[in-house]
Design a protein around this ligand. Structure first.
Ligand SMILES: [Zn+2]
Length: 413
């Protein structure tokens, strides 16, 4: 039924046109949270939404578009448009483009779904700019916190200021921007961001759980001094100390990954007064630890902290470790998982159940008690947050068929 109706060329055109906004030299995309570029991407997508749909833009700039505003409850479907620096064309965008395509394919049928859809396009999902993520969906659902609004980018611009510049306002803390009673469920399609589906030659994954995130910020302080005049034994070098600490994060993370589900990463290090002719006095770096098992994650974080503190002591440095963000691991809704699996079967789409390594907007719906599910599509070499991110048209189509069939037949429990 959906084989002829789903227009892969139209999806590829939309992905390409979105990708042209903020295109980088090596073919990637930079479209950061609450930037002018993100605004352009939203403006582009608004033009693609059929005129017959009712469009609501909330105070944070999230977009909700539905063919039936009068319906008491609606199946929300979508993802985000922002990217990391020099990211790919599919992360987030594919979830928006496939949701719109599934809605348009269902519009063409004689029968209509019992629960009409709402295309949901969220702002600021990536942590690349403000070091906090899921901002648009958290705001929409009443989960945004004061501290998140004060998070600043590397130029010192806070999230609140960046929103204000574009004419958006955060909601009152604890208050959603949309009528959450209307949400019958949420489905998000996303690229896998890993190599599992491709290796298994299966186009679609149905996600069962999402790894939680524990993110620390480490500040290492030593004594800034002249690189030529300070003898080696007299140094309190924050860069050398941080390098040893980062090495420890990788070693402990690797060991822990053999005993349980866990990955640990230091994505960057920041040396505020960096200079080639200086022993540096201060370094900050984040630690990002992910696992489906929160107790295990906390235990490994403890192990890492102890090691960092002992390195600091050996080197006569001071160290401060603060928790920046803690996002619990999430089990997706069982009933939604079953309905998505049934939709995949009915459309003869090969699929497998799997866990997600990345955090996604869908987690926020679970947090407020709404049934949420996720569909993954295989991606080329598992690459993501990378200019070479790519999804084959067959996988795109398989995922969209599953979304469309689920939309047609979804019934809340
Ligand atoms: Zn994403």
């Amino acid at each position: 039924m959906f084989n002829e109706r789903i227009d892969v060329d139209r999806m590829q055109r939309r992905i390409a046109e979105l990708g042209a906004i903020g295109e980088t030299e090596d073919g990637g995309v930079t479209c950061l949270a609450y930037s002018e570029r993100e605004n352009e991407a939203f403006a582009y997508l608004l033009e693609e939404i059929p005129d017959s749909y009712d469009v609501e833009i909330d105070r944070m700039g999230n977009v909700f578009a539905t063919p039936d505003r009068s319906a008491e409850s609606s199946l929300y479907m979508g993802s985000h448009l922002d990217t990391v620096r020099n990211g790919g064309r599919y992360d987030g965008r594919l979830g928006v483009v496939t949701a719109l395509e599934a809605m348009q394919a269902v519009d063409e049928l004689d029968e209509s779904p019992a629960i009409p859809p709402t295309l949901s396009i969220f702002r600021a999902e990536e942590t690349a700019r403000f070091n906090v993520g899921l901002i648009g969906s958290r705001g929409a659902l009443g989960l945004l916190e004061e501290t998140q609004l004060e998070a600043a980018d590397k130029d010192g611009v806070s999230l609140r200021e960046a929103m204000d510049t574009l004419g958006f306002r955060p909601p009152e803390i604890g208050t959603p921007t949309i009528d959450t009673d209307r949400i019958a469920g949420f489905v998000e399609l996303h690229i896998e961001q890993g190599p599992v589906l491709e290796a298994a030659e299966i186009p679609v994954g149905i996600v069962t759980e999402i790894r939680g995130i524990l993110r620390d910020r480490v500040t290492v302080r030593g004594l800034p001094n002249h690189s030529g005049a300070t003898p080696m034994e007299k140094r309190r070098d924050a860069v050398a100390g941080a390098a040893q600490m980062i090495d420890a994060v990788e070693r402990i993370g690797t060991e822990a990954s053999r005993e349980g589900d866990l990955v640990a990463t230091v994505g960057y290090m920041d040396v505020p007064d960096a200079s080639a002719n200086k022993v540096s006095g201060e370094v900050t770096f984040p630690i990002d630890i992910r696992s489906v098992d929160m107790a295990y994650q906390t235990a490994v974080d403890e192990r890492i902290r102890k090691r960092i503190e002992s390195i600091a002591e050996e080197r006569d440095l001071t160290v401060e470790i603060e928790v920046m963000e803690r996002i619990h691991p999430v089990s997706l809704d069982e009933h939604m998982i079953e309905q998505l699996a049934a939709a995949a079967e009915k459309t003869e789409t090969p699929y497998q159940r799997m866990a997600s390594g990345g955090g996604h907007d869908a987690m926020d719906f679970i947090e407020i008690g709404k049934p949420a599910g996720m569909v993954f599509t295989a991606c080329d070499r598992g690459l993501s947050h990378n200019p070479n991110e790519h999804v084959e048209p067959e996988a795109m189509k398989a995922g969209t068929k599953t979304l469309a069939q689920n939309l047609l037949e979804y019934r809340p429990k």
